[in-house]
Structures are given as C-alpha cells and as structure tokens.
Design a protein around this ligand. Sequence first.
Ligand code: ADP
Ligand code: ZN
Length: 763
Amino acid sequence: MSRPAPSLFAEEDLPDNLAPWEIAEQADRWYAEVVFSLPLTTIFHYQVPNDLRERLQPGCRVEVPFGRGNQSKTGYCVGVTREAPTGRTIKSLTAILDREPLLDAHLLELTRWIGDRYLCGWGQVLDSVIPAGVKAGSGTRDIQFYTAAPDAAERLASSKLPPKQRAVIQVLLDHAAPMPIGDLTAAADCGPGPIQTLRQKGWIVADRRRTMVAEFDAGPIEPHTPIHLNLEQQRVVDTVLAALRAQQHQTFLLHGVTGSGKTEVYIRTIEEVVSYGRQAIVLVPEISLTPQTIRRFRSRFASVAVLHSHLTDAERHAQWRLIAEGQVQVVVGARSAVFAPTPHLGLIVIDEEHETSFKQDNTPRYHAREVARHRAALMRVPLLLGTATPTLESWLRVQRREDQLLSLPRRVAKLPLPPVVVVDTRNDPLIQNKQRAIGRALFTSMQQALKSDGQIILFLNVRGFSPLMLCRGCGNSLRCPDCDLTLTWHKQHCKALCHGCGHEIPPPAACPKCHRPGMQMLGMGTQRLEQEVHSSFPGVSCLRMDSDTMKARGSHHDALEQFRHGDVRILLGTQMIAKGLDFPNVTLVGVVDADTSLRQPDLRARERTFQLIAQVAGRTGRSARGGRVLVQTACPDDSAIQFAAKHDFLGFAKQELEERRDCQAPPFRQSVRVIIRGLTEDLVQAESERLVKLIRTVAPANVRVLGPAPCPIAKLQKYFRFHLQMTSDDREALRQTWLATAPLFTPAKDVEYAVDVDPLNLR
Ligand code: ADP
Ligand code: ZN
C-alpha cells in the first residue's frame, strides 16, 4: 500500500508572484523521504526525477548522493510527498533499487514506531528487519517467458507449420499466462529448437522476468487424531474469537500450566482466522522450533511457513515471497517472524511469552512482544500471549486491566502437575566441593525411574566440563586475555575455551602465573555431568544436548527422535531441553543445580529461577505414568524455589511484584541502558562520565540517572565496557531525555555506544 497520491494544488493555494511555467514546474515536483541505516532520527528529502516518478513507492530502496562528497548511498524511501522542505538545496535521487516495495505501509509504520520506541534510526530498523536474502533477491534468476504473438491464432488457421511448432503455438494459445521455457517444452513435448524458430519468425514473443528459483519444501501434511476441547479451553477460544470477529485489538494473556492444552487453543483459534482467508503469526522461542512443534502445525494447516535461523538466504526469500503473496496460512517462527509480510493478518500468538530470546540483543533492541502488540493494534487484531509463567511485565498489565487474563489452571485429561521435591545440598559434601553433581536423593530416584522403565531428563545450564580452572598454589584462575571471564575446560576436545569470544588455548600443564604444576578444575558443566552419569549408571544410554553437541543442522531433531523412541534413557543438557518437549515416558526430571540461575547478579534472577523450575517440571507427568521433579539447591528456603515447588505462580508474582515496587524496579519503572565501549579503559570511563553529565543537564526531575559504572562483564572481546541507566515511571520523559542528549554527544574516536530500552540483561 502506498500513501494516497496528493491532489494537484488547488488554485487558491498557488503563490501569486510566480510565472506560469514556474507554477507548473513546482506543482510537478515530487520528493522522496529517505532514511539510512544510521542512528539518526532525521528524514532526508530528495527530488524525484520525472522518469523515476512512476516507479517510486514507499518501501523501495533508493540510491542517492549523500553528504559533502555526494557519495552514492543506499537508503529506504519511506514516503513520497509534494511538500518541499525549505531552507536547503535538495539533491535528486539517482536510482530506484527495487521493482516492488519490500514492505507494505503497515510494516513501514511498524518499523517507524520501533525506531521511536527503541531509540534508534528508522533506517537501522528497516535494515535489520528486511532479511538479507530479500534485499539481495537470493534464489531468483532472470528467466524468459513466452507468449503467442497477438495474431498467432489467425495465422495458425491459414499456415502450414511443422507439427512440433504447431504444438508449441497451441500450448501457448491454450495457456492464458506467459510460460517459462521449461514448462513450455514439457507441455509441447519438444526441445528448445522449435521455440527459437517460432521466435525468429515472429510467432511468439519473449520477455525476461525475475523469477524465484529456490524451491521451498514445506514437508508432508501429517494426519492427526481429532481432539475435543475441554470446557476451559473452549471458553478461552470463544473469548479470543469474539475479539477477532469484532475486529478489535485486544491483548490476551493466556496463563496455562504446562500441558494445559495451550497449543491446542492456538490451533483452534487459528483455524477460524484461516477460514476468513486471513493469516496468523505464531512466535515461539528458537529452541522450541522443534520438529514436534512444527509437526503439530503442519498436521493441521495446509500451508505453514517455518522461519528458523538455519534457513539459507534463498529459502528465506522464497518464504517471504510466499507469505507476501498470501499463500501461507500460518507463519511459525522465532523473534523476527513478527515482521512476516502477511497481507491479511488475523492474529498473532506468542508462545512462551516469558522467554528472553524475544528480545533482540543488538540494534534495534526490540522486544517481539511489544512489537507484536503494536502491530496487532495497527491491524485491529487480537494478540494472544501464552505461558505457564508470565513475566511480571505482562502480569502487571493484566492486573491493571490493560490486557485480559485467560486461565487454564489444570492439565488436560485430569493429569496432576508433578510433585516437586526440593533437595538441600548443603549437607552433601561431595556436591558442595563440586566433586559430584548427582546427590544421594537424585541418585536413588534415578535408579527407581530406570528400574520401572521410565526416562529421565537432567538439566544443568553450564556447558563444558568445568567452568573454573584454578591454581592451588597462588589461587590464580585461568582467564581470557580479551574478556573479563574465566576459561571453561572442555575436556573432550582438550581445550580451555572462553564462552564470551571463543578464544581457546590448550589447558596449561602448570599455572601461567606461579608455574606450579597442575591446575584444579572446579565447577560442574554438562560434560562432567555426562561423565558422572556414565560411571554411576554403566550401560545406560545417555545423551547430552548442548550447543557443543548440537552444532550440525538436524542434530537436534535426531537427538530428540532417539529419545522419543526410547533408544536413549537419560537426556541431559542445558536450557535447550528445558522447554516444550512432550515425552509421556519421562518420569523423572532432575534440576542439577538451581543455584546457577538463582545466584546471577540480576534483577530477574528469582523470576528466571521460578520460570526454569516450572518449565522443567512441565517435561514430566505427561501421561498416566506420572512423574516427579527433584531440585538440588543450597538455598532451599528461597521463596522462588518454594513457590515453584508448590506450582504457585500467583503467590510468587504477588510477592515479587511487591518487592519490585518497593525498590522501584521494572515493571513499575522503565529503564534505558547505555553501554559505552572502546579499547582504552580510561577513555571509555572518561567518555561515560561526560555522557552522564550531559544527560543530567537535560534530564527532568522524574528521570533518575545511575552510573556510570563498569559493566558486570567489564571487558568483552577486547572492549572495555561501561554502562549507565536512566529510569523513570514516564517512558516519554526517558525518550525525550535521550533525544535531547544524543545530538550533544559525539563520542571520542574509537569509542562506541549502544542504547538498550527496557534491557533484559545487564551484563
Ligand atoms: P501446552 O501447550 O499447554 O503445554 P498442549 O497443547 O501441548 O499443552 O497439550 C498437551 C497435550 O495434551 C498434547 O499432547 C495435546 O495433544 C493434548 N491435548 C490438548 N488438549 C486436549 C484435550 N482437550 N483433550 C485431550 N488431549 C488434549
Ligand atoms: Zn574471551
């Protein structure tokens, strides 16, 4: 969609001191509004040459002369106007780079909003959300298309053509649309020869078109057994459908315990959306894009596009095209699928709304939930957020009646939630010394589960063998030279690896500082846990899933299939296995170390711990066989753990919100974090202090400025890092403060900064 074409000047609008030819010229002038991939809020104007006017539409990329040197630069046309900006000479754009807009008017508006809300340039947003494959036209080629000449039918009646050539003409006459050579030779059962001859004789005309050649394999549709919704599910579906039919925007928070049938609710609602000829977008965390999830959607809808991070540029482009043409009913994808160019959007669903992967951690640092909220409002369609553990942000909105709460408090088929046993590890010296990962209680439970033919999931969110290599002599720990992080010992590949930058060295035989031989390996990672499982349960098949073992495309799928078929009895891994998996035979889940998450120096550490326990607990008790959960911790009395053990989200949310209110933290206050980095520590610090001073001069009374201080990870990939925060209960005040500061602050050479609105991680 483009802006309505501005009407010609009305007579009375015309200035009266211009000559008639000047009037004609002015009335005829068009300007392109152009943004660049730069952290600027400015929109630039370029004159549109007459011969390009017809083809220029908002959403196309254009080539323009930029800056003093008039270097050629690519920008995005975001509007076409007849209003000339005054007071400066206006250059002309030199070329239009796209035949069709890359985004429609709604998505353009959405990207503008993101620039505003997340304090970055509109062009930066456009550059980030339009996939590289779409910009490059990956997977397309110029192909000849053939049509019969206008007089071909007439000539055919009166002339004698060899049979092959006659067949070609007949095919083209029968076929309404132009045909590419491959289709034509196949239909006429001939080679390219007759076609060339006909073309030379003027019987047919050829024209080159840019065509998608990448094929996209959607996979087979699988059968499914029909499911009757229970009363609670039906009520939820009806409520969302009512909003859908009323063409109203409403955000619903579906709080449903794990296994309460949320996915089934999404599917039913989407069926209705699809029946109106509209499309739905379903966002899931990347790690939930498992074959299991995809299979469920594929078995219910004829055309499902799956947008995951392993697509090639050509595949992504092919999907984007199909979606934009309205050929896809349901788009299932990770964060960036919120920008899928559906022509008639009917509904957006976000599953596992609490997942932090919905926030992008480079510019634009948007949160897909907030973008979805805005997109759904623009399109006047419902947004459905589903989770067993809502974020406190979403929970507060429900309490303030900004969003509507829907609940599925019970699992389907009357299955109870599994009992959660909290195991105090403080009196288990082997665990305390990190010599062992599996304590006595967990060990016994594992034995029992295996004896009764059950399967086990063990969760530990630390990869590698041990995260700390310490010298017994001088107490020195092995650290990365480029990051403020300790190196993790990866025993299997015999290396000491930095998880911040990938720097690796052979594990030193002696302390690099005091040269005492032998380093002590401390702490427990998944590799070490795997080794312990092997030695404690010899002969029992065990599989480790973490980013080290799951590098190859398809390995994730293969691993889960092995587990599904029972070839693997014990599955252990990082957060990769905490979500979404639905295996009825899992009768035991062990959280090896709940304290890893609880001890993080982060405002949301308790919230994340609660979520983690609730999510892993969701992996068991999914059949009549039942199941149980063991949580090992040295903080058994922590309320996050206690509430999680009782499956009491309401209790947890109430207490945690009170605490957040008392300390004036999100979600009660908004915050903007600025990270400053550079290769020279003193300079970074000086620039950070200068920036804070500038902010203080413009900030109104309701904006608090904290810092600067070194980031918790004070050095990363050679860069020294400082940060500061602005907080306020007034989002607009924060925005205005930054907009007033940014133009005043040009960082010194080699110092950069990044702005993070509503930061989720403060590392
Ligand atoms: P959630 O998304 O809340 O974890 P799911 O939608 O995955 O829950 O449902 C859990 C299991 O229960 C799935 O295997 C699903 O097919 C099944 N299920 C969902 N709704 C019903 C129902 N009304 N009756 C029977 N089984 C159901
Ligand atoms: Zn490093």
